[in-house]
Design a protein around this ligand. Structure first.
Ligand code: NBP
Length: 482
């Protein structure tokens, strides 16, 4: 009997995803480069289940029902290309290769083209939710050869997480690299969500002197309302966690953050698109600054803050922080969605924005009740230009604006860095501004470089140059936008 689906790469993610597929009634063939892992798996966690263990790629390919569906869960990068090279000669027209790793979307664009040129189909799928998600229901973001979707849909939607309404957190994202692109933006948003919670924690701890237990209670309360999300939930649990000596583990952890690069990729893409992604950018830089621990320890001895003591109401500041967190989060998603819109245009993807919110609603790290509201916003207007212009989110930001500003003022006056919250507010104040000081900017560019400017009393698209010093020439630089 042939297997319904094949899986290559029996590391953490592969093993768990294979077990998930089998548990949903699919017969799964497995292969791993180091074949001892196949035997360990078949005799271990897979024992008594409907798996076919294979020891070379030919045997593996031969065990699959046609059109073959092969999920690769190997290390992102060169390993994926090597596997494709080895598999293509063994496959037939219409067979489907799926890369479930964290590949860079531009690699997926290239691989889709290559595999399609050989007559096969390629899918690059974002898989989020870590080990637990892979086993019990990840959020899945597949994109690539559209003809592959009907074949893999029953498997993918069966193994995916479900929203509280029972909808699968898996939908077709679009052509070539769209799935891995959406996964990349998910990871960037994750950086932002995490940093916002950390800034809130820092203000609570250092301005209000709250204990871990007090903060845990506040996060627990927040988790039962609009901020209901996985990351708030684990923050609550982390703050409540004590080791066997009764000491808080969170207080023992060195304040130097790691990163694997997906946040950076997202920000690089936003710079290439010319779309502000300031909150996620600040989140990436906040990790970088934290990592320079020794340098900061040295600087802390030399750079002393001039700050004023917080004299406001304790309860009020806690509530202001809740509002600041929520409003900033709206900004982060507004920016993330604007990046997706820009990229969709560049790469000619027909992204389903509501579907993306749905896919992120459960199973993944950024899962939250909030994503249900984003889905509704895109249901109201699939072509929504900016989340801030949706009536629900417009009002949500508006009613929290005063608290948001107060929370940032309290942090600034106390010398507590809140890079993401303040970047969010600056973006809000910039985006809603009819007028920005770029008139002066354009004057400066024209002054030193004859870059020309448009005038408020002339139609757009006409460019003027002023001889600012009286001894400049009439030659202008070609106007360009960057
Ligand atoms: P790893 O990223 O650690 O990859 C290990 C697997 O890749 C092993 O099966 C290994 O085989 C195989 N492999 C390597 Br390395 N080079 C290979 C090659 N040239 N040809 C064939 N196989 C090769 O595993 P993971 O942590 O399970 O992650 C798998 C993918 O899923 C990655 O892209 C990761 O970024 C992504 N992801 C991970 C998580 C997570 O929470 N860990 C979450 C979401 C996505 P071997 O046994 O022979 O060395």
């Amino acid at each position: 009997e042939f297997a319904d689906v094949g899986l290559i790469g029996l590391a953490v993610m592969g093993e768990n995803l294979a077990l998930n597929m089998e548990s949903r009634g699919f017969r799964v063939a497995v292969f791993n480069r180091t074949t001892a892992r196949v035997d360990d798996f078949i005799q271990g966690r897979a024992k008594g289940k409907r798996f076919i263990g294979t020891h070379d790629l030919k045997e593996f390919v031969g065990s699959l029902q046609k059109p073959r569906k092969i999920v690769m869960l190997v290390k992102a990068g060169a390993a994926v290309d090597q596997l494709i090279d080895q598999l293509l000669p063994l496959l037939e027209r219409g067979d489907i290769l799926i890369d479930g790793g964290n590949s860079l979307f531009t690699d997926t664009i290239r691989r889709t083209k290559r595999v399609e040129e050989s007559g096969m189909l390629f899918v690059g799928s974002g898989v989020s939710g870590g080990e637990e998600g892979a086993l019990h229901g990840p959020s899945l973001m597949p994109g690539g050869s559209a003809a592959a979707w009907p074949h893999i849909k029953p498997i993918f939607q069966a193994i995916a997480a479900r929203t509280p309404d029972g909808e699968p957190c898996c939908d077709w994202m679009g052509e070539n690299g769209a799935g891995h692109f959406v996964k990349m933006v998910h990871n960037g948003i994750e950086y932002g969500d995490i940093q916002l919670i950390c800034e809130t924690y820092d203000v609570m701890k250092r301005v209000l002197g709250m204990s871990n237990a007090e903060m845990r209670d506040v996060f627990a309360e927040w988790n039962s309302a609009e901020l209901d999300s996985y990351l708030i939930e684990i923050t609550r649990d982390i703050l409540g966690f004590v080791d066997k000596n009764g000491e808080a583990t969170v207080d023992k952890i060195l304040d130097a953050a790691g990163q694997k690069g997906t946040g950076k990729w997202t920000v690089i893409e936003s710079l290439d698109e010319g779309t502000p992604l300031t909150l996620i950018g600040e989140a990436v830089f906040a990790r970088a600054l934290s990592a320079a621990k020794e340098e900061r320890v040295n600087a802390s001895k030399q750079l002393k803050p001039v700050v004023s003591e917080f004299k406001g109401e304790r309860k009020q500041l806690i509530d202001d922080l809740r509002q600041a967190l929520y409003a900033s989060k709206i900004i982060s998603y507004a920016q993330g969605y604007q990046l997706m819109r820009a990229a969709a245009k560049t790469y000619q993807w027909n992204l389903n924005y509501g579907g993306i919110a749905l896919v992120w609603r459960a199973g993944c790290i950024i899962r939250s009740a909030f994503l249900g509201d984003i889905k509704k916003a895109f249901q109201r207007d699939p072509q929504l230009v900016n989340l801030l212009l949706d009536p629900f989110f417009r009002d949500a930001v508006s009613t929290r604006q005063a608290g948001w500003r107060r929370a940032i003022v309290a942090a600034v006056q106390s010398g507590i860095p809140v890079p993401c919250m303040s970047a969010a507010l600056s973006y809000f104040d910039g985006y809603r501004a009819e007028r920005l000081p770029a008139n002066l900017l354009q004057a400066q560019r024209d002054f030193f470089g004859a870059h020309t400017y448009e005038r408020i009393d002339q139609p757009r698209g006409q460019f003027f140059h002023t001889d600012w010093t009286g001894h400049g020439g009439a030659t202008t630089s070609r106007s360009y936008s960057a």
